[in-house]
Ligand binder design. Structure first.
Ligand code: XMP
Length: 530
């Protein structure tokens, strides 16, 4: 099947909202770069994470009122070390250099940087050297910060003053009168408890930004941008029941009403009541132009006899494309495809190492449509982090349950049934999943957990119920905490909650007579079992 039909229409991508009060973060490869961006957004200022060698044009498009230089693994004297572009230094815009960013400021503006005899890693105390700096406005004379650096500044560039020292360094923070500030510590990490205030001071006091980045403002701008982009064209959107597609569709619906056609494919692999709830929310309640497709038999037919996890994934993915393409063709002329691409996907696909191939990722539901469906993309969430998507979803009036839903994999329950996927086994895993969700919500733990679900194993064990011997299936509970799904830890769920879950599953789900708990972290385990 051809896979090039979705074209990225870069020229049609709406301009970033509230560009007036934006900040640019130049990425020097720190593991915390995205975290800096999230902190700035939390302070209600729009920002974008840009490569350190950003072009002057791209930089000018954002029209930033301030620049933050991230940390990074390089050393300023190394050959080929990434530098601050000259046009940024010459722009006169305030700059905050964090860690490596501070070293760059010192080095490029005429100071000196040297390898430290002692690598400083971990908590440190910062002592302010003056009380009239803007960056530490309102903060105590001394406070705890998080350090992680080898090199350090040893001589200030002309025009700079020391504004803070640490026990290990006389040059823990420096500033000049042009709004250029260097700090050796990391204000973005939670281990710097007052770090948010430092970032806010840079944004509000040094750059003079207004806190204009709010979900209300965003919705207004996004709705206008969608109208401009789409005109009187028609947009198709696949609803999965997940938060990203729900919020994307709702924003687009706000903008263009019935020019948006949503397609919901029931693949028979969803949780109990999920298809009904999705159709009720978008069709009956929100009155979207919704096509609900019952494709249960098609999916289950193709999965018949399949036990290999990757094969299950491929089958569910390709069958989805087939059904969706049929629907799209039946709708006649459609101009745009809506996708719930988020900002982290955009950052990833334009990260320095993949920049040459700068591409829109199509790993979401509808990657790889056939060539006769050359849609352009509408991506109203491409500037948002996940927590911002949730905020926008709430502000748009979507049900809380939907906005806070835990992630659910595209292949659905097919990869939570080890072995063959049959109607009977689907019913078993649905029953167990229902109990888990119910009890976890009841205990107030749902939002604390990244995911909590049941897995149906092919293992059968002997049990006893009343006077009868049983020979039933074993279910495993998988409940994890995580920030992004890349790493995870098993959740320490209280024993009484586990006891209720186990009790109810064995009593309420026919065919299941044993419940076990998965206590594997990721790595080395994965979150899903298949
Ligand atoms: P793993 O099991 O790899 O999962 O630790 C990490 C996160 O990704 C989800 N996941 C998937 N999502 N299609 C998806 O859309 C898939 O094939 C898939 N496999 C895993 C998983 O639920 C977890 O949140």
């Amino acid at each position: 099947m051809a896979t090039e039909a979705i074209v990225s229409d870069a020229s049609a991508v709406p301009v970033p909202p509230t560009a007036r009060d934006a900040v640019a973060i130049l990425d020097y490869g720190s593991q915390y770069s995205q975290l800096i961006a999230r902190r700035v957004r939390e302070a209600n200022v729009y920002c974008e994470l840009l490569p350190h060698d950003v072009t002057p044009q791209r930089f000018a498009e954002l029209n930033p009122r301030g620049v933050i230089l991230s940390g990074g693994p390089a050393s300023v004297y190394e050959p080929g070390a990434p530098l601050i572009p000259d046009f940024v230094l010459e722009s006169g815009i305030p700059i905050l250099g964090i860690c490596y960013g501070m070293q760059l400021l010192a080095y490029q503006l005429g100071g000196k940087v040297a390898p430290s005899s002692k690598r400083e890693y971990g908590p440190a105390s910062l002592h302010r050297a003056t009380s009239d700096d803007s960056i530490f406005y309102g903060l105590p004379d001394s406070f705890g910060v998080w350090m992680s650096h080898g090199d350090k500044v040893t001589e200030l560039p002309p025009g700079f003053e020391i504004i803070a020292r640490s026990d290990n360094s006389d040059f823990a923070a420096m500033a000049d009168l042009k709004g250029r500030v260097g700090i050796q510590f990391h204000p973005e990490v939670v281990h710097t408890p007052l770090g948010r205030d430092v970032i806010k001071n840079f944004l509000y006091k040094v750059c003079g930004c207004e806190p204009t980045w709010t979900s209300g403002n965003y919705i207004e701008r996004a709705v206008n941008d969608i109208r401009t982009q789409v005109g009187d064209g028609r947009v198709i959107c696949a609803l999965s029941g997940g938060v990203d597609s729900a919020v994307a569709a709702t924003l687009i619906h706000e903008a263009i009403g019935d020019q948006l056609i949503c397609v919901f494919v029931n693949n028979g692999l969803m949780r109990r009541e999920e298809p009904e709830r999705t159709v009720a929310t978008f069709g009956k309640h929100l009155k979207f132009n919704l096509r609900a497709v019952d494709a249960v038999d098609r999916f289950l037919g193709r999965l018949n006899g399949i036990t290999d996890p990757e094969e299950k994934r491929k089958i569910v993915g390709s069958e989805f494309i087939r059904v969706f393409a049929e629907e799209a063709r039946a709708l006649g002329s459609i101009d745009f495809l809506a996708q719930g691409t988020l900002y982290p996907d955009v950052i990833e696909s334009t990260a320095p190492e993949t920049k040459a191939a700068s591409k829109i990722k199509t790993h979401h539901n509808v990657g790889g449509l056939p060539k006769d469906l050359p849609f352009r993309l509408v991506e109203p969430l491409r500037y948002l982090f996940k927590d911002e998507v949730r905020e926008v979803g709430m502000a748009l009036g979507l049900p809380e349950d939907m906005v806070w839903r835990q992630p659910f994999p595209g292949p659905g329950l097919s990869i939570r049934i080890l072995g063959e996927v049959t109607e009977e086994r689907l019913e078993m895993v649905r029953g167990a999943d229902w109990v888990v969700m119910n009890e976890i919500k009841h205990a107030g733990l749902y939002r604390e957990m990244w995911q909590s679900f049941a897995v149906l194993t092919p293992i059968r064990t002997v049990g006893v119920m009343g006077d009868f011997r049983t020979y039933g299936n074993m279910v495993a509970l998988r409940m994890v905490t995580s920030d992004d799904g890349m790493t995870a830890d098993w959740a320490r769920v209280p024993y009484d909650v586990l006891a209720r879950i186990s009790n109810r599953i064995v009593n309420e789900v026919p065919g299941v007579n044993r419940v076990t708990l998965d206590i594997t972290s990721k790595p080395p385990g994965t979150i899903e079992w298949e």
